[in-house]
Design a protein around this ligand. Structure first.
Ligand code: AMP
Ligand code: MG
Length: 361
């Protein structure tokens, strides 16, 4: 028998408004993203350094996308395989032609409707883009973020910014400055703290080098919204070989908490949690619809009530996984969500986080 525990949020900055930590001898500064901090961040980017900054999706780890040695530092800081390509962020539509070739009417229709916003377009790359940025591919992934801080930083830096999520490779993506520090403290030059990110899951990656276009990663812009503009749109098959060929980043377990993650339908949730507890496991649960029976407080069961609204759910998703890890649970049991709209992106992240683990679907 279990009782529901409410888990609190942690602050991302201390009472002086800034936060710095030491990891060995190196220090990563965290600054509230005011004008002076953005200027300092832009100087770091221009000098070939690394800055984490908020976008509307998650925090990104940015470097000058056209500077090969700067981009290399991203892979090293994140421990990301060098063949997993980065998304390049721009502030003005004019920057697109610097990066991509074959910009068709279809591209303009999409950018007019969805940029700035959480849609990444994969297009043939120009010679200006180092192959390190694109993981050796001859295509480049480009996006114009809607977050004002992100666009200001790109503008002030005077270059497109390559920015994958600012986490260690394979971990849940960071939606606060504190999450960035948890993973990258001491490995990067600066974190711009702009508060929690409003969408909470990454951008939709759409490959326009094939016809019909293919969604390589579901995200902030839904399949339904893309179909309105493009008509037919394919979704990358979850078959491992197809995914690896089209989108190298999908090959590995991703977004994963330290605990084992089980994705479970509502009907089976209660029974599975009960069995795990009987096995002596410390269990974390992310529940939406199901009711778990309430009983005396327990140090072995932590429950997070996830919102019914899918946008709210997406915003909380990665923070909830990190929170349960902080409670040192052995297993996180997550109730499945419906696969429509943003639910596709949520289930994609949860499946990848559960990869190679026992599935109860
Ligand atoms: P992240 O940077 O962590 O948000 O991940 C970026 C995602 O975009 C990864 O899954 C990459 O595989 C994918 N991606 C980036 N560039 C390309 C590209 N040129 N072709 C196909 N997928 C790409
Ligand atoms: Mg990522």
């Amino acid at each position: 028998m279990w009782c529901l525990l409410a888990l609190g949020q942690r602050n991302s900055t201390n009472d002086r408004g800034t936060l710095s930590r030491y990891n060995g001898l190196v220090r990563t500064a965290v600054l509230p993203a005011d004008e002076a901090a953005i200027e300092r961040a832009a100087r770091i980017i221009r000098a070939g350094g690394l800055v984490a900054f908020p976008t509307e999706t998650v925090y990104g780890l940015g470097a000058d996308a056209l500077n090969e040695s700067a981009v290399r530092k991203i892979f090293i800081a994140k421990e990301r395989p060098f063949d997993d390509p980065l998304i390049v962020h721009i502030a003005h539509i004019q920057q697109l032609a610097l990066l991509a070739r074959h910009i068709s009417q279809r591209v303009w229709d999409l950018t007019e409707r969805f940029w700035p916003g959480p849609l990444t377009l994969v297009l043939p790359k120009t010679d200006r883009v180092p192959s390190t940025t694109t993981g050796g591919l001859d295509t480049v992934a480009v996006r114009m973020p809607s977050h004002l801080l992100a666009r200001k930083l790109i503008e002030r830096s005077g270059c497109p910014i390559a920015a994958p999520s600012a986490n260690r490779f394979g971990r849940p993506s960071p939606t606060t400055a504190q999450h960035v520090l948890e993973d990258l403290d001491g490995r990067i030059d600066l974190v711009l703290d702009g508060g929690p990110t409003p969408i909470g899951v990454e951008s939709t990656v759409l490959d326009l080098t094939q016809d019909p276009p293919m969604i390589l990663r579901p995200g902030g812009v839904t399949l339904e919204a893309l179909q309105e503009i493009l008509g037919e749109v394919r979704l990358l098959s979850s078959s491992a070989s197809e995914a690896a060929k089209r989108s190298p980043g999908t090959r590995w377990r991703h977004y994963a908490p330290q605990a084992q993650l089980l994705l479970v339908e509502s009907a089976k949730l209660e029974q599975i949690v009960r069995e795990l507890l009987e096995d002596g496991k410390r269990v974390g649960v992310m529940v939406r619809q199901s009711h778990l029976p309430c009983s005396p407080p327990s140090s072995v069961l932590s429950v997070i009530h996830m919102p019914l609204d899918l946008s709210e759910y997406a915003r909380r998703l990665f923070a909830a996984l990190r929170e349960l890890d902080a409670h040192r649970v052995d297993v996180i049991v997550v109730e499945t969500v419906e696969e429509r709209g943003l639910g596709r992106a949520i289930m994609d992240r949860l499946r990848k986080a559960a990869q190679d683990e026992k599935s109860h679907q």
